[in-house]
Structures are given as structure tokens and as C-alpha cells.
Design a protein. Structure first.
Length: 254
């Protein structure tokens, strides 16, 4: 592990004097991590050193470090003399996006609209690039979902797995990573929407999901791009009202 404690300010941090101070410190450290100026396994200066560098109190420094840790960028090892930078992963990006959703910087509808574009591209690529193994994977997941009956937790897991399998079949690694990041966030919102439905409405949605997944799998197998794209857009549109309801809930006074 690289130890950077000998130089109190090895990364060239600058004192801050505007905005909410902890956020300004967070932004400065985060930018250097994302630019690669501070690399995975590098150790940040100690709290005391950061207090001197930024000219701020210990509570302010600790709040900035907590923000970095919640974003998945650093980990704090008690008694180690400083926080350590983590490897950037899809989970790190997901944590950052989740924080932005919670802070209402990104709305549920923003996520949904982006997902529609992303998944339409995944489907088009899957039509062109799928293998027999990809098709077997999709069909296995559909059979799992049919066996779920009233196990909604398993059913939602199958739904996430199916759309992830489509992304893998598209053979675009960047798109697959982006899909991984946003899929759980959207699934959580839809799950909350399902809880507001009657048992009969839930059963109807479950049947529709399985029918649409089968039709999409068949279109991908036949390499019918136009049909597959139409199915995914229509399928996702069925869940748009959950995003609208979530948006309205976010706008209600606390």
C-alpha cells in the first residue's frame, strides 16, 4: 500500500473558502480520485493534516470524509492514520447515483427515460450479437420467473437478471456496466410501486412481464430487430406510472 504521510499535502489540495465547506472539500478530493491523481490503495493525509491543508475544523473534515466513504470512493481503517482510496467499480458508481437520487439531483423519471434509451440499444445489439448460450440463459430466467408464483422478491430478482442477460447478449461492456448501475435503483422504485397494488393487480403485472419477456426472447432469437425494439419500449412503458408516482411522492412536503 502506498503511504503518502511523509508529505502533508502530496496531492496539492487547496484551502476552501466558499460554498458549504465540507462539500467543497469532498468535490476537490473526489475530482483528484476520478482523474487518477490519487490512485487505488493510496492513503489520504491524516485528519490533522487535512485540517491544516484546508484550514478547517475536524468536524468539517470528517463530514467530507464521510461523504467520500458513502460515495464508495474511500474506506476508513481505524487506527491507520488516514483513509484509503478504493478501486472504482460499478458498485461505486451505483452508490454515487443512489446518493444523487436520494438528494433529488436525479429524479426517478430521469432514470426511467435513460433506461428506456439504454435498454433499446441493448436489445438492438442483442439481436445482432446473441449466441445460443445467451438464448439459453434468457429462457432459463423466464422459467425461474414462472416458478416464482407469489414470491415477489424472487420475481423481481428474475426480472433484473433477465434484463441484465439481454445487456450481456448485446456484447457492449460499457452499456452492460451502465445497466448494472441503474437497474437496482429502478427495481427498488418499481418494487415500492407494486406494494401499493392489490393482489389482483400484482398478478396481472406478473403475467404481463412474463409474456413480454417471452416475446422479447423470441424476437431476439429470430433476430427481428424492429419487433424486439417495439416490445422493449412497450414493456418498459407499462412501468412508467410507477416513476410518475415516485416523482409526485418526492414533491410532497415532509
Amino acid at each position: 500500500m502506498v503511504d503518502q504521510l511523509e508529505d502533508k499535502n502530496p496531492y496539492g489540495f487547496k484551502p476552501v473558502s466558499s460554498r458549504r465547506v465540507s462539500e467543497a472539500i469532498f468535490d476537490q478530493i473526489r475530482e483528484k480520485i476520478l482523474r487518477g491523481e490519487i490512485r487505488p490503495n493510496d492513503r489520504l493525509p491524516s485528519e490533522r493534516a487535512l485540517m491544516e491543508i484546508f484550514g478547517r475544523s475536524r468536524p468539517t473534515i470528517r463530514e467530507a470524509l464521510r461523504m467520500l466513504e458513502r460515495s464508495g470512493l474511500i474506506t476508513t481503517i481505524p487506527g491507520s492514520g488516514g483513509s484509503v482510496v478504493k478501486e472504482i467499480s460499478s458498485q461505486t458508481v451505483e452508490q454515487s447515483l443512489e446518493g444523487m437520487v436520494l438528494q433529488k439531483s436525479i429524479t426517478p423519471l430521469d432514470l426511467y427515460e435513460f433506461r428506456t434509451v439504454n435498454e433499446t440499444a441493448n436489445v438492438a445489439w442483442a439481436v445482432e450479437r446473441r449466441t445460443e448460450e445467451d438464448l439459453l440463459d434468457l429462457r432459463r430466467i423466464i422459467k425461474r420467473s414462472e416458478a416464482c408464483r407469489d414470491d415477489w422478491e424472487e420475481f423481481f430478482a428474475c426480472d433484473i437478471d433477465f434484463h441484465m442477460a439481454v445487456a450481456r447478449a448485446g456484447k457492449n461492456q460499457m452499456s452492460a456496466i451502465v445497466h448494472t448501475v441503474i437497474s437496482q435503483l429502478i427495481a427498488d422504485i418499481i418494487s415500492r410501486g407494486f406494494q401499493r397494488l392489490s393482489p389482483g393487480e400484482r398478478a396481472k403485472h406478473r403475467r404481463n412481464v412474463i409474456v413480454n419477456h417471452k416475446a422479447l426472447c423470441d424476437a431476439i432469437a429470430r433476430q427481428d430487430k424492429k419487433k424486439a425494439e417495439g416490445i422493449i419500449v412497450s414493456h418498459l412503458d407499462e412501468f412508467r406510472h410507477f416513476m410518475i408516482e415516485e416523482n409526485l411522492a418526492d414533491q410532497q412536503p415532509v
